[in-house]
Design a binder for this molecule. Structure first.
Ligand code: BG6
Length: 490
């Protein structure tokens, strides 16, 4: 834990990310007494805002279900102040520095720690990192810099960005956020895998047929189309969030839980993955919903009319090591689909020489969101006088199993890690490099060859070819109709 006085500085404080994620997470930490004693928060961005205007903006997404929480919110806002300034003007940063010093001096502490959260567009990453280092860096305390994606557009630009930042901020001061690493069920993966002898023994190519990691959203790019078009779904979600999940599903057991041991293993497994090939990719772009109420991707005025940008992608990766050779890892992600859902589905092999006909495969499903759960699909005797089989499940649905379940927001958990100086759930520079190596050639090929995505209807299951695509890699649907009996979260 940090000793002394801590100031959190949110750069890009008037923006969307700060309003929707950063400030609500800071408030969550405050409410639960996780901010170090005396912590103050300063927002900085270009917009000229009065304190009142700023408070209004950042409170918009904070939940205050009870009177008590409302009171806490007004106390929290008293810890927050705002300074406006440009991102490339030293004098403005010096004003920010002065504002921080004024707060630090009140506390009269010798150690003055500063945590900088860059909730910023990538175009200003470098000037801000420089402005902070030259003018706002604490000389008597710990400095930490949180950076949000996108970390470049491909291997080359990511390396350039890394080179520009490295002389300013040391790797141990830098926290590259991938908020999926803060999600409860993603954090649970290490424990499921390495704390249960039953999974440890079957977690390999001998028992597992294929792994699917799926990210589905119901919402389209609504309003963000212009931004999204530069990136596409592979850069937006697959190269980071889904690949991070894959690395934890597939990595070897770390020597210890120290952040470098964990990240060493993640990097090692990523380096065993050759670049994705076009033949292993399916791209889609959504068109308007059947009833016409939801517009298609191209109907967004901020999107170029002929854009080939994928809003859906499926890609199959292979891991060339002794544990995984030949096991397809099928990654799927898309916007404007039929349901919101992120899950990991490990499908096991057929039972060799099974005497029960039409048996279905076991599947272990780790449901990341919504309605967090771990369940195992298994074949069971249909109760009664016959020896018929039925697919059933061993089901650990969180909100049924854990009373008073409170799952912290991913950002809350990650900001707390930064305050504790724990890097395990942040992306290391070599990890980022390894991730880009897997996707850069395909991203370039898609752009150079202007590969057309398959259209799919807003609200559908995705492009029509998706079932065929997963079947190609050995995924088998259950022989009997099966639906996980999800209970809606209360
Ligand atoms: C972001 C992507 O990183 O993750 C968004 O840029 C996406 O496009 C979001 O909607 C999903 O996050 P969550 O936590 O809502 O699943």
């Amino acid at each position: 834990q940090l000793s002394g006085v801590t100031t959190i500085i949110v750069l890009g404080a008037s923006g969307d990310l700060a309003k929707k994620k950063t400030y609500p997470a800071l408030f969550g930490l405050y409410r639960n007494n996780f901010l170090p004693e005396g912590t103050r928060i300063i927002g900085y961005s270009r917009s000229k805002l009065s304190d009142e205007g700023f408070y209004e903006r950042i409170s918009g997404y904070m939940k205050t279900p009870t009177e008590e929480i409302k009171v806490l919110l007004s106390k929290f806002l008293k810890l927050c102040t705002y300074v406006s300034g440009q991102y490339d003007v030293d004098e403005d940063y010096q004003r920010l520095n002065k504002a921080i010093e004024d707060i630090e001096n009140v506390n009269n502490s010798k150690e003055k720690n500063r945590v900088f959260y860059m909730a910023l567009p990538p175009s200003v990453f470098v000037p801000v990192a420089r402005g902070l280092k030259n003018n706002v860096y604490s000389k008597n305390g710990i400095n930490r810099l949180i950076v949000e994606k996108p970390f470049g557009m491909d291997l080359d630009s990511s390396r350039k960005l890394g080179k520009a930042l490295a002389p300013l901020w040391k790797e141990e001061e830098t926290y590259r956020i991938d908020h999926y690493l803060g999600k409860e069920m993603v954090k649970n993966l290490l424990i499921i895998r390495f704390s249960n002898v039953i999974f440890g023994a079957i977690w390999n190519r001998q028992s597992i047929s294929n792994v699917q990691i799926t990210f589905k959203e119901k919402i389209g790019t609504g309003g963000r189309g212009g931004y999204f078009d530069e990136f596409g779904i592979i850069r937006d979600v697959m190269q980071n969030h889904i690949l991070q999940i894959l690395s934890i599903v597939a990595m070897e057991r770390p020597v210890s839980l120290s952040s470098e041991d964990v990240r060493d293993e993640k990097v090692r497994v990523l380096r065993c993955i050759p670049p994705v090939k076009l033949q292993d990719v399916l791209l889609g772009q959504y068109t308007k919903s059947e009833d016409g109420t939801n517009p298609g991707y191209l109907d967004d005025d901020t999107v170029p009319p002929e854009s080939n940008c994928p809003t859906f992608a499926a890609a199959t990766l292979f891991i060339n090591n002794d544990r995984w050779e030949g096991v397809p890892f099928i990654l799927k992600c898309g916007k404007a689909l039929n349901e919101p859902k992120t899950e990991i589905r490990v499908q096991f092999q057929d039972v060799p020489g099974n005497v029960f006909k039409n048996a279905s495969r076991n599947e272990l499903v780790i449901r990341v969101q919504p309605n967090e759960a771990v369940y195992m699909k298994m074949t069971n005797k249909l109760p009664g006088l016959s020896m018929d089989t039925v697919i059933s499940e061993l089901d650990l649905t969180y909100h049924r199993r854990f009373s008073d379940l409170v799952i912290p927001d991913a950002y809350e958990s990650l900001i707390l890690d930064v305050l504790k100086g724990d890097h395990s759930n942040f992306v290391r520079d070599d990890e980022l490099d390894a991730a880009w190596k897997i996707f850069t050639p395909i991203l370039h090929q898609i752009e150079e060859e202007k590969i057309k995505p398959q259209p799919y209807t807003f609200g559908s299951r995705g492009p029509p070819g998706i079932d065929e695509f997963v079947a190609k890699y050995g995924f088998k649907r259950s022989t009997q109709e099966y639906n996980w009996p999800a209970q809606p979260a209360t």
